[in-house]
Design a protein. Structure first.
Lengths: 268, 324
């Protein structure tokens, strides 16, 4: 190798620094992402389909239950948690897959921001969108209040539970968006993962039999989503272990996603 | 200022960058020159903190890219090769987003400043997807300038542009080189020659040569070959020149003769001229064979490994004459 750099004196000139303040990169990512949700046809499509479907079902429920059962406000959030295997992958499939495919991830990861800030911003935007969807279903609670006297404690538990449940499911499906650049594949894998987590109840029954106290069966059941929602929060029983389950799911899934993005960057 | 020392990047079995060492001085445009797949992009990704090196050191704007990645990222503006942008955002919106991530105050003002600098202020409210390729390139460049970084790393910024846009971009890059450290990759040699104060030539993950374009060119001409044009029967002239002391070899090339001196320090021009005049012929032309970067590059990559240690020994075997 030849170094022919001339020894001429170099005049050191620095560009004027730009005035900088406190930087909250996650907030910038969050705001942009939320803005994208409100301009995205998929997000509106999901909201429309869910609310329309919920409307039909609840209409039928009220017609049937009228005069037979007490008014129940846990119906809407319960349905939303069941449908989350469809909602969550559709909301999260784009989040990281697109950034990676378009190459914008490369630009963002050369800015002073680490993966976790980026991923937290993305996740919070998806969760905010889900929260808005959940709040919209409060309209059914209002209808229940008009037609009957729903149990407010149960309603609160069910809504709080559905909110945490949604967060956990979104965080889990987001992992797939980091794994693949294909949005459809990410959505399918996400839906499959949520279904598996949802159906662990059935797996527990297979393992342990209907009335058994098999340790493994209990363990498998506790891993799943239903064990922490349907029998507890959905009927207004708020237990610390359920709240912790959902929070750990969120934190764990975000941690895995961060690691995946980091690994992809190291290999590129 | 960018200082790179023994930088290596391996992907499993493949070594993309094989221990390169070079510097890009402040307030200069350094051209990073090499064919596609030479390791330019990989090196730039290491310098911007996007991907960590396997071994070696790189100091960018005073910070180590591995130990102080965030500090480096604060001081570097990077334009990746394919200019990734959010196509649904407006140009101004995108720049304000970048400014927000970087924690810059007065974001709108700053976004407009850089848009003005790249000549796109009148398209500030256009969605990026509606912009032409050249305009997108400028939005990308603007986003690298938002925080007015001391170091700018531009990966093939002129690729895919039309000739006019290329000229505009080159002049912008030269201008930026006055107060930024600019590292600019290209596989177009004439571009490096026009824009850069210094070039670093890379091939197959190794540095082949570095220096000012003029110095590199001189080093090839020094002890380089001479072109002689004489108004006389060429065979006789060839024979005469071959016998001149200090000439190792002479050969015909169209209507001229190319003479190679015996060693790099010998300049047999005076002897050749005297010989020809003594024979009573008319000497039409006698000058060193001009070489441009294109040839330096071809030479270096052809004799890779053999000549990498010394450019001046890279005796071209088949050099077309270039009018300098």
């Amino acid at each position: 190798m030849t170094d022919l750099t001339s020894n001429a004196p170099i005049i050191e000139r620095q560009p004027e620094p730009v005035e900088q303040g406190m930087s909250l990169p996650w907030l910038a990512v969050y705001k942009r992402e939320l803005n994208v949700y409100f301009r995205s046809p998929i997000a509106y499509g999901v909201a429309f389909a869910i609310l329309f479907f919920l409307g039909l079902l609840i209409n039928g429920y009220i017609a049937q239950a009228n005069g037979t059962y007490p008014a129940d406000s846990t119906y809407a959030p319960g349905l939303l948690t069941f449908l989350s295997f469809l909602i969550a992958p559709l909301l999260t499939m784009r989040l990281l897959a697109e950034e990676s495919r378009e190459g914008t991830l490369e630009v963002l990861m050369t800015m002073p921001m680490n993966e976790s800030q980026f991923i937290i911003g993305k996740f919070l935007a998806a969760w905010t969108y889900f929260t808005i969807l959940l709040l919209l279903t409060l309209v059914y609670h209002l209808i229940m209040v008009v037609v009957g006297t729903p149990d407010l404690g149960a309603a609160f538990g069910a809504y709080l539970g559905a909110w945490l449940y949604g967060g956990a499911v979104l965080a889990v499906t987001m992992i797939w968006s980091a794994v693949t650049e294909e949005q459809i594949l990410s959505a399918l894998l996400g839906a499959a993962t949520v279904l598996v987590l949802y159906l662990t109840d059935i797996a527990a029954i297979w393992i342990g039999g209907q009335n058994s106290t098999n340790g493994l069966a209990d363990f498998v059941r506790e891993l799943g989503l239903q064990a922490h929602y349907n029998a507890t929060m959905a009927v207004g029983i708020i237990r610390a272990e359920d709240i912790l389950y959902f929070l750990f799911m969120i934190i764990g899934a975000l941690f895995i996603t961060t690691r995946i993005v980091e690994t992809r960057r190291w290999r590129s | 200022m960018i200082e790179v020392e023994n930088l290596v990047k391996k992907y499993g079995e493949v070594t993309a960058v094989k221990g390169i060492t070079f510097t890009a001085p402040s307030s200069q445009v350094t051209g990073f020159l090499g064919p596609n797949g030479a390791g330019k992009t990989t090196t730039m990704r290491m310098l911007t903190g996007f991907t960590p090196p396997t071994s070696g050191n790189a100091i960018v704007a005073g910070y180590d890219v591995f130990d102080n990645s965030l500090e480096v990222r604060r001081r570097v503006g990077y334009l990746p090769e394919n200019v990734p942008l959010y196509r649904d955002m407006t140009a101004r919106g995108y720049l304000m987003y970048v400014a927000e991530i970087r924690g810059i105050k007065h974001r709108r003002q700053r976004a407009d400043d850089v848009l003005d600098r790249v000549g796109l202020i009148d398209r500030a409210e256009s969605r990026i997807r509606t912009l032409s390729k050249g305009m997108k390139q400028r939005v990308g460049l603007a986003s690298a300038l938002v925080h007015n970084p001391p170091v700018l790393i531009l990966d093939e910024p002129t690729i895919g542009l039309d000739p006019l846009q290329v000229l505009e971009l080159r002049s912008l890059v030269s201008e930026l080189g006055r107060d930024h450290t600019v590292l600019f990759s290209t596989h177009i040699l004439s571009e490096a020659e026009q824009v850069c104060d210094k070039v670093v030539i890379i091939n197959q993950g190794q540095i082949m040569a570095q220096g000012a374009p003029l110095d590199l060119r001189n080093s090839l001409q020094e002890g380089g070959r001479l072109i002689v044009r004489v108004d006389a029967p060429s065979q006789a002239v060839l024979a005469a020149i071959q016998n001149v002391p200090g000439v190792r070899h002479a050969e015909m090339n169209d209507d001229a003769i190319i003479a190679t001196p015996t060693d790099t320090s010998t300049d047999p021009r005076a002897e050749i001229a005297r010989t020809i005049v003594d024979k009573g012929w008319n000497l039409l032309e006698l000058r060193p064979l001009a070489v441009n970067l294109e040839e330096i590059f071809l030479e270096l990559t052809r004799h890779q490994g053999v000549v990498a240690e010394n450019v001046s020994e890279a005796a071209p075997t088949e050099v077309k004459e270039i009018v300098s």
